[in-house]
Design a protein around this ligand. Structure first.
Ligand code: ADP
Ligand code: MG
Length: 210
């Protein structure tokens, strides 16, 4: 497969779903030749601040230099492990279409498929999650790793900048979508479909010139 690009709005449930997918895949790979990897902003210690355009020092040459650094770190981490025998679940906002294109090309270069797992969640629902986390922080309550809130402006701006995947394009397909209300049964059906398409018998042979 082996590159699964998770994408969705901030605090839309990407990590929740990515972990469910990871658990699902962990069971499936036991009788296959695949190795499984999970890469996320949290595993690479990438802070939410890198996405905050307003938090950058005025002298920074490029407006999003730190986000670029974060992407370089993610790219390096993916490149280090991705082969056609390694399944990588990449849990990060992945909200820029040019970036998803780059990841798709990287997968193609090692002759392995890539796909998108889109986390469908309304803006209101996602905002509630972030607001709750902001509240918890304001009260001084402990925050679990990966559950840090985005500053409000950062969150809004990320939503504004979000570039929806378009399954009509090569790099955003195949696209699998899970929505907030999908229960375990429905989610597993989507994961079955994903597995069949990119790792099972339905898997397409990738040629470098395709
Ligand atoms: P993200 O990685 O996109 O920032 P998280 O996975 O951290 O989002 O999820 C945000 C919060 O919403 C978590 O506390 C999680 O428990 C909750 N959550 C996520 N998806 C769902 C869902 N489908 N149904 C109910 N709660 C969910
Ligand atoms: Mg997350």
């Amino acid at each position: 497969m082996p590159l699964i690009i998770v994408t969705g709005l901030p605090t839309s449930g990407k990590t929740t779903r990515a972990k469910q997918l990871h658990d699902y895949l962990a069971k499936r790979v036991t009788d296959s030749n695949y190795r499984l990897h999970y890469i996320s902003d949290d595993t690479l210690s990438i802070s939410r601040i890198v996405y905050d355009l307003s938090a950058l020092p005025a002298h920074t040459r490029s407006a999003n230099a730190s986000e670029k650094d974060a992407r370089a770190a993610i790219y390096g981490a993916v490149k280090r492990v991705l082969t056609n025998k390694d399944i990588v679940v990449l849990d990060s906002p992945n909200y820029i279409k040019g970036w998803r294109y780059q990841l798709h090309c990287e997968a193609k270069a090692v002759r392995t498929p890539s796909c998108i797992l889109q986390i469908g969640c309304s803006k209101d629902q996602a905002k509630q999650v972030n607001d709750k986390r902001l509240e918890r922080r304001a009260k001084g309550e402990d925050q679990l790793e990966g559950e840090e809130p985005y500053e409000e402006g950062n969150w809004e701006n990320l939503v504004f900048r979000y570039e929806e995947p378009n399954p009509m394009t090569r790099w955003d397909s195949p696209l699998f979508a899970v929505v907030w209300d999908d229960n375990e049964e429905q989610t597993n059906k989507i994961f079955d479909d994903l597995w069949e398409t990119i790792a099972g018998s339905g898997r397409k042979v990738i040629r470098p010139n395709q």
